[in-house]
Structures are given as structure tokens and as C-alpha cells.
Ligand binder design. Structure first.
Ligand code: NAD
Ligand code: TYD
Length: 354
């Protein structure tokens, strides 16, 4: 018997870190919606992130590349896509420094392909279909010691990654303004939690603590990020997708600003305790390494708009979230070792002279 669903929601990048949390949440919370996960399964995509829900009746995975417009057309037609939450992206600043073109191809051209195909598919009734574009606070540039990014902060991207995301944000707004596409954009701060690929700061440091390897801290470790538990981000995305006002932007942040060195020291203490090592053992592994080119000093988010309009707040405190994350990586060493493949080791060797 054919089941009929109220919406057929395409989530791109659903096999990645944030995407897999969102896909799981949408599949479990909304049996009346069909969730179609489109992912190219690059080095950062991993279907084992979703093993627990892969058999759910309202879930389907499609391997496809957003750089390929004809396959997107086919999927929109065949799956009768009604709405889109777009997370697929090249997402790592360091890789954008060594290979900027990949970021333009996926983040700029891939997003444009989705915009064109969505417009074609939904042109009869644009207002009843939603295009939710997931973006980053890095589009706003870098802050000094004080101040916060708000939704009206002028864009000032400074890495190839953030420039490609800024470009995609502009294109989404342009399609809204020019053609009347019903869009929302969310710009979020740094996420952490289970299933994050270990090239990003927190899982990389956890992995290296577990294996007693050097802990690479760029520069002096003085750069500041605002950290958000990934589940809190997924909750915000669900809320904005369902209830956000058309053509609006919502900033999402954890209200948890920390210097990198403080994050690394917190992870060292948690690691010593969980691994039953003498206090101070892991912090001896810290090594200050050559700074990232053009390293943004500080990101911090003013999330008062989503808090007041949609009643969203971050629920997990940084200290608790870091402990939960460390515990998750310790109980999922197989997941961690599986994603650390030859390509990753090659990248690691090139990026760090450790
Ligand atoms: P990720 O790198 O873990 O996942 C990206 C996913 O996109 C992967 O599954 C990958 O296979 C897929 N993908 C890449 N290129 C593709 C292509 N051409 N076609 C189809 N799929 C492709 O990234 P993430 O950390 O989960 O980030 C998801 C989104 O959230 C990105 O758009 C990112 O810019 C944004 N974001 C991330 C953070 C963060 O802290 N991680 C913060 C704010 C915003
Ligand atoms: P990252 O997780 O790559 O996220 P983003 O660059 O998007 O903020 O890095 C977070 C911070 O940690 C950033 O200031 C760079 C720094 N960093 C290190 O000091 N060492 C590392 O090995 C990595 C990957 C990042």
C-alpha cells in the first residue's frame, strides 16, 4: 500500500555531522513527512551515522552530487520534493585553504543548482514550498575582543570557505527577491558532539588524547569560538524550517565563547579522568603549531531573535556537552577508526608537521 506523506523533505548533506543529527530528528519527530537524504558521501559523509533509522518507513537515502543538476532534476521529479533543507557543503576551513575550487563547486555552484531546480519544480505555487539554507556565522568575518554578530551585521568573509558560504547565502536571498522563492537562512556558530569528522578541533583533540598523540593548537590558542551542542542546532533548524518567517535570517549560537586553548585544556582534564590517567597527563601533549593562514580571531553570536521569536534556547551546557562528546567517542572507537582512512591520514600529514 502506498503511504501518502504531507511533505517530501529533501535534506542535503544528511550523511554528514550536523545533517545526520537533523535527519534522525526529522524522521523520528515527523512520521507524517517523508525525509529524503541526498548526499554524495564525500570523505565527510558516512551512512553509519544513520544506521539506527535507516529502516524507518519515512526515510530514504539517495547518493547524488549537488554539482550535477540533471540528477537533481530527476530526484525532484521522481520524489515529488516539496521542501528542502540544504546542508551539503565542503565545510572545513583548512581544506578550503589548500583546495579552494572544491568549495566554489559544491558550496556556490551546487547551491545554485538546487535553487534553479527548486524554482522549476515549485513555480506553480512558490509560497507553499520552503527552501531552508543552512549557513555559518563565519560569513560575518572576524570580531575583535568585544561585540556579537547579529542578523544585520554586514558580510565580511575572510577564508575561501566562508566566502563560498557567503556567496551561497547571497544567491539564496537573490532567488527570494528576484523570483519569490520562499526561503529561510540560518547562520550558526561552531558545533560539536557525536559523529563529527575528526579533522575539526574537538574530535581531533579527543582522538589524539585517546592515542596519546600531540595536540596541535594553532598559533597561541587565543582564537575564540562560540560552541554549540549539535542537538541544540538540530532543534533550532527544525523550528526555523517549520515556523520561521519567510525571507528571514536567524542567527544560532551557544552563548559559550571559549579560547581554543581553554577548550583543549578542558578536554585534557575530561580525558585524564575518563581514561584514568594522572591529572595533567594529557595537557603535556599540547603543541603550539604554525597558525592557520588568515585565522579569524573571534566569532560570537547574538541569538536573541530566534530566542524571542521562536522560543529556542541552547539546552546543553558546554562542560556537560564536552564530557558527553568525549564519552561518545570512547564508546564508538570503531566509528572513529573507520572514518580515519588513507585520505584522512594523507591530509593530516600535509596539514600538520607533527
Ligand atoms: P560535514 O562536512 O560533516 O558534512 C557535509 C556533508 O555534505 C557530507 O555528508 C558530504 O558527503 C556532503 N557533501 C559534500 N559535498 C557534496 C556534494 N557536492 N553533493 C552532495 N553532498 C555533498 O559538515 P557539517 O559540519 O555537518 O556542516 C553541515 C552544514 O552546516 C554546512 O553547510 C556547513 O557550512 C554548516 N555549518 C557547520 C557548522 C559546524 O560547526 N560544523 C557551523 C555552522 C554551519
Ligand atoms: P575548526 O574546528 O576547524 O572550526 P572553524 O575553523 O570553522 O572555527 O577550528 C576551531 C578552532 O580551532 C579554530 O580557531 C582553529 C583551531 N584549530 C586548532 O587550533 N588546531 C587544530 O588542529 C584545528 C583543526 C583547529
Amino acid at each position: 500500500m502506498m503511504t501518502s506523506y504531507n511533505k517530501h523533505i529533501l535534506i542535503t548533506g544528511g550523511a554528514g555531522f550536523i545533517g545526520s543529527h537533523l535527519v534522525r530528528q526529522m524522521v523520528l519527530n515527523h512520521p507524517q513527512y517523508k525525509i529524503i537524504n541526498l548526499d554524495a558521501l564525500t570523505y565527510a559523509g558516512n551512512l553509519s551515522n544513520l544506521e539506527d533509522i535507516q529502516a524507518a518507513p519515512n526515510y530514504k537515502f539517495i547518493k547524488a552530487d549537488i554539482r550535477d543538476i540533471s540528477s537533481l532534476r530527476e530526484i525532484f521529479n521522481k520524489e515529488k520534493i516539496t521542501d528542502l533543507i540544504h546542508l551539503a557543503a565542503e565545510s572545513h576551513v583548512d581544506r578550503s585553504i589548500s583546495n579552494p575550487s572544491a568549495f566554489i563547486e559544491t558550496n556556490v555552484l551546487g547551491t545554485t543548482n538546487l535553487l534553479i531546480v527548486a524554482l522549476e519544480a515549485w513555480k506553480e505555487n512558490l509560497s507553499s514550498h520552503r527552501f531552508h539554507h543552512v549557513s555559518t556565522d563565519e560569513v560575518f568575518g572576524s570580531l575583535g575582543e568585544t561585540g556579537l554578530f547579529s542578523e544585520t551585521t554586514p558580510y565580511d568573509p575572510r577564508s575561501p570557505y566562508s566566502a563560498s558560504k557567503a556567496s551561497s547565502d547571497h544567491l539564496v536571498r537573490a532567488f527570494g527577491h528576484t523570483f519569490g522563492l520562499n526561503f529561510v537562512i540560518t547562520n550558526c556558530s561552531n558545533n560539536y558532539g557525536p559523529y563529527q569528522f575528526p579533522e575539526k578541533l574537538i574530535p581531533l583533540i579527543i582522538h589524539n588524547i585517546i592515542h596519546s598523540k600531540a595536540l596541535p593548537v594553532y598559533g597561541k590558542g587565543e582564537n575564540v569560538r562560540d560552541w554549540l551542542w549539535v542537538g541544540d542546532h538540530a532543534n533550532a533548524l527544525e523550528l526555523v524550517f517549520l515556523k520561521g518567517a519567510t525571507a528571514q535570517t536567524y542567527n544560532i549560537g551557544g552563548n559559550s565563547e571559549r579560547k581554543n586553548i581553554d577548550i583543549v585544556n578542558m578536554l585534557c582534564s575530561i580525558g585524564d579522568e575518563l581514561l584514568q590517567r594522572d591529572p595533567g597527563t594529557s595537557s603535556k601533549l599540547i603543541q603550539f603549531v604554525t597558525d592557520r593562514l588568515g585565522h579569524d580571531l573571534r566569532y560570537a553570536i547574538d541569538s536573541s531573535k530566534i530566542q524571542s521569536e521562536l522560543a529556542w534556547t541552547p539546552k546543553i551546557k558546554l562542560e556537560d556537552g564536552l564530557r558527553k562528546t568525549f564519552e561518545w567517542y570512547l564508546s564508538n572507537t570503531k566509528w572513529l577508526e573507520k572514518v580515519i582512512n588513507g585520505e584522512y591520514l594523507e591530509y593530516y600529514k600535509k596539514n600538520y608537521s607533527l
